[in-house]
Design a protein around this ligand. Structure first.
Ligand SMILES: Nc1nc2c(ncn2[C@@H]2O[C@H](COP(=O)(O)OP(=O)(O)OP(=O)(O)O)[C@@H](O)[C@H]2O)c(=O)[nH]1
Length: 351
């Protein structure tokens, strides 16, 4: 039986950071995958929903864009978010990926915790939390382009149960992020970008996984892992080059690199995954996706990692006559040392 779960990505970031712009770009560049969008906006009254519905992307129809306007998604998860997810999962044509755009004031942690709800946990896997940062604002010593507007919205909003000052919210959104998108880099110079990177790094204890973007243009493979050929069929075996030139892809993205590592069976998947985390951190791997052949197990272990978040579950039995193997697609920045990553991963199964 196929027990494939639907990956869900949470996108956070302050008002005006560029979340909607990034998602809009994503919808026109989604490698033919069907995306459902849950948008939580209660401050700016359905504007983002209208913008996104208006983009006419085939893989995300108006029905697939669901707006939650009854309050902050992280404060009302049980009343609003969970029933919405349940309905989405009951649909005959289920999405390939769920994207949740939180309001700029949401705390990601409670939302991520909501994915542990019994009905949801069995059908959906949290792919990752992506936090979009307004680099121009941060370089100028603020967190948002209109800092006062964000603060005013926070103070005025009666539906917010949490009263974190804006700086704490910024830190929470960064701390929870598996991938940080430094957007609006067109508005700053190299020195400014350096300051932004330092500022972001100084606010989180662990090593942040950061990428730079203009107008939220990040390939769907990097952002959501879409179109990355982890399966064996030719249609899915898109090379790095092909991925960059998908129809509708805005630009070529020479700043990213992807490659495949193939291995034999893994006898200790827990130890393997733990060590894989170290390799991901050491080599700044942005995303890793694939499956593991676990010795002696009839099912294959599906694996997806965004930054240091790794999720794994047995998705289906190996078919009769199917060659069992471990296959991982690795995505990093252009500078990634392919050989070193490959050797490090290979060494994990060589005892
Ligand atoms: N110069 C520049 N402008 C950008 C970039 N990304 C987004 N913008 C602009 O910034 C403004 C805010 O972008 P949105 O995508 O609406 O931001 P958001 O995070 O969705 O904001 P809210 O939905 O209000 O929380 C828009 O006018 C965008 O056109 C960028 O990389 N560079």
């Amino acid at each position: 039986m196929n027990q494939q779960k639907i990956p869900a990505t949470v996108i956070t970031g302050f008002l005006g950071a560029g979340k909607t712009t990034m998602i809009r770009n994503l919808l026109t560049n989604a490698a033919g995958k069907k995306i459902a969008l849950i948008i939580n906006e209660f401050g700016d009254l359905g504007v983002d929903g209208e913008v996104l519905k208006g983009c006419g992307a085939e893989n995300c129809s108006e029905d697939d864009i669901i707006e939650l306007t009854n309050g902050c998604i992280c404060c009302t998860a049980a009343d609003d978010f969970i029933p919405t997810m349940t309905k989405l999962l009951e649909r005959e044509q289920r999405p390939d990926h769920i994207v949740i755009e939180t309001s700029g004031l949401a705390l990601p942690q409670p939302l991520v915790a909501a994915f542990n709800w019994p009905d949801i946990r069995t059908q959906v896997t949290v792919d990752g939390v992506i936090t979009v940062v307004d680099s121009a604002a941060v370089a100028a010593g603020r967190f948002a382009d209109d800092h006062d507007a964000v603060e005013a919205a926070r103070v005025e909003d009666n539906s917010l149960d949490h009263e974190s000052p804006i700086e704490e919210l910024f830190e929470d959104q960064l701390t929870c992020a598996d991938l940080i998108v430094l957007n609006k880099t067109d508005l700053i110079d190299g020195d400014g970008l350096g300051r932004v990177k330092n500022e972001v790094a100084s606010r989180i204890a662990r090593k942040p996984v950061m990428i730079e973007a203009r107008n939220g243009e990040v390939p769907a493979g990097v952002l959501l892992g879409l179109g990355i050929g982890t399966e064996d069929d030719i249609a899915n075996r898109k090379s790095h080059h092909e991925l960059e030139h998908e129809e509708g892809a805005p630009h070529d993205h020479d700043e990213f690199d992807s490659f495949v590592v193939e291995l034999g069976a893994v006898s200790d998947p827990t130890g393997f995954i733990e060590k894989l985390k170290g390799i991901i951190a050491e080599h700044d791997v942005l995303r890793l996706k694939g499956f593991i052949d676990v010795s002696g197990k009839p099912m294959r272990l599906q694996l997806q990692a965004v930054g240091s978040r790794i999720d794994q579950y047995f998705d289906r039995a190996w078919a009769a006559g199917e060659a069992r193997r471990t296959r991982l697609v690795v995505i990093g920045l252009r500078e990634i040392n392919q050989d070193a990553v490959r050797k490090a991963i290979e060494a994990l199964v060589q005892g």
